[in-house]
Design a protein around this ligand. Structure first.
Ligand SMILES: [Cu+2]
Length: 394
């Protein structure tokens, strides 16, 4: 090997990885150089960005790209967008509280590539931003693979990123001269083991700490308030748990759920658990086909093919109903059937009508004692597995 006859290589980099029982870490697992995941490759090498990631044109840094992710409603890569199509009201299969909002599935590319090495995308590093950014939207949808051949010239640096700025999920790709060494798959795999083990340890430590916490304070008016968290994110960790998992309070006291720690994920605290679970798996998120685009005046249609999650006509759209996005109830839980919800929150959720966004905490008061099982609640996005209990004593 060596010299100019060197064969182009393919390496696979994991973008994010699961943390057993708790969530996942949002990290690009490559060897770190000065704290930045960094890959050295030759011009013409292929990278498989497993789970997808964007590639920025040479000269563009993550800081240049991030304003497009701004958390205002309808920002280009924002998580939630308005749906200007007519509200379907009673025609909706989930009832009258249909959607003003949809999940932003990102720009749809004109061609599909990247599903395998043979059909890899080709990135010359010159394409003008923002239209030229290769994104997870370019993925061959069923595979969770994104093969892209980097044809940028030796000496250039290409940044790859995934998700909003708060996630800091970035990787530096340095295109080195043919004679210089590149990052081997073994070195990438070693980095994965090292950093992922560390992420698992930190997640478990954080989980134990948050479950042990039972902070409470008295307000000026003598009200007792207990602190709780609906999910917990750090710069790289995304933990899908209610903390503490079991909260014990007395009649008349208040629990305050915090959301300002949510760097990338979005959650609700929704009572009762059965309602939250139904919203998460049945009625809260409604896939539809938009036949005439957002500019058209016509209704969306419910013709989604659930086998392939595609539309026979029009563009796939996932509507989110106001039962998930908006705050519900009067802030006082009167019994096991009372629907009280924080609404959808987290730092990446914008504000709008029936969309609380921006609010970083939610208070719920418990005037009535519970039975031994307590009042159970869950997240209306992630459902039953992200649940908690409030026991109310006399
Ligand atoms: Cu959740």
């Amino acid at each position: 090997m060596g010299g100019s006859a060197r064969a182009a290589t393919t390496v696979t980099v994991k973008v994010g990885a699961g943390i057993p029982r708790l969530g996942y870490s949002a990290r690009m697992y490559a060897p770190e150089v000065e704290g930045v995941p960094t890959l050295s490759i030759h011009k013409g090498d292929t990278i498989n960005l497993q789970n997808g990631a964007a590639l920025l044109p040479v000269g563009m840094t993550p800081d240049d790209a991030y304003p497009q992710y701004a958390y205002e409603i309808d920002s280009r890569y924002g998580l939630i967008a308005t749906d200007p199509d007519p509200d379907l009201g009673a025609d909706s299969p989930v009832g009258s509280t249909h959607a003003k909002y949809k999940i932003n599935l990102g720009p749809q590319p004109p061609t599909q590539c990247g599903g395998d090495v043979a059909g890899q995308c080709i990135f010359d590093g010159k394409t003008a931003a923002p239209e030229g950014i290769l994104s997870p939207g370019d993925l061959d949808a069923s595979q969770g693979k994104f093969y892209v051949r980097i044809d940028a010239d030796a000496g250039s640096t290409v940044w790859s990123l995934f998700g909003p700025p708060s996630q800091h999920t970035i990787m530096r790709i340095m295109v080195v001269p043919d004679a210089a060494p590149t990052t081997s798959q073994a070195a990438i795999d070693d980095a994965f083991t090292k950093y992922h083990d560390r992420d698992i340890d930190s997640a478990q430590a954080l989980d134990a700490k948050l479950n042990a916490a039972s902070g409470r304070h008295k307000t000026k008016t003598g009200k007792i308030v207990w602190d709780a968290y609906a999910g917990f994110d750090t710069e790289v960790l995304r933990i899908f748990r209610m903390y503490p998992g079991r909260i014990v309070v007395h009649e008349g006291e208040t629990v305050r759920w915090h959301y300002d720690q949510l760097e990338g994920e979005i959650h609700t605290a929704t009572f009762p658990l059965t309602t939250a679970a139904d919203l998460a798996s049945n009625t809260g998120f409604v896939p539809v086909c938009d036949l005439d685009g957002d500019q058209g005046v016509g209704n969306d249609s419910f013709t989604v093919d659930f086998e392939t999650f595609t539309c026979p006509d029009g563009l796939l759209e996932v509507d989110v109903t106001s039962k998930v996005t908006a705050q519900h109830g009067n802030g006082s839980l009167t019994g096991t059937k009372d629907f009280e919800s924080s609404g959808l929150r987290g730092n990446t959720v914008p504000s709008g009508p029936e969309l609380v966004g921006g609010e970083d905490s939610w208070d719920l008061t418990f005037p009535n004692a519970s039975d031994a099982k307590g009042y159970r609640y869950a997240c209306a996005v992630h459902g039953k597995f992200m649940s908690g209990t409030v026991i109310v004593k006399r």
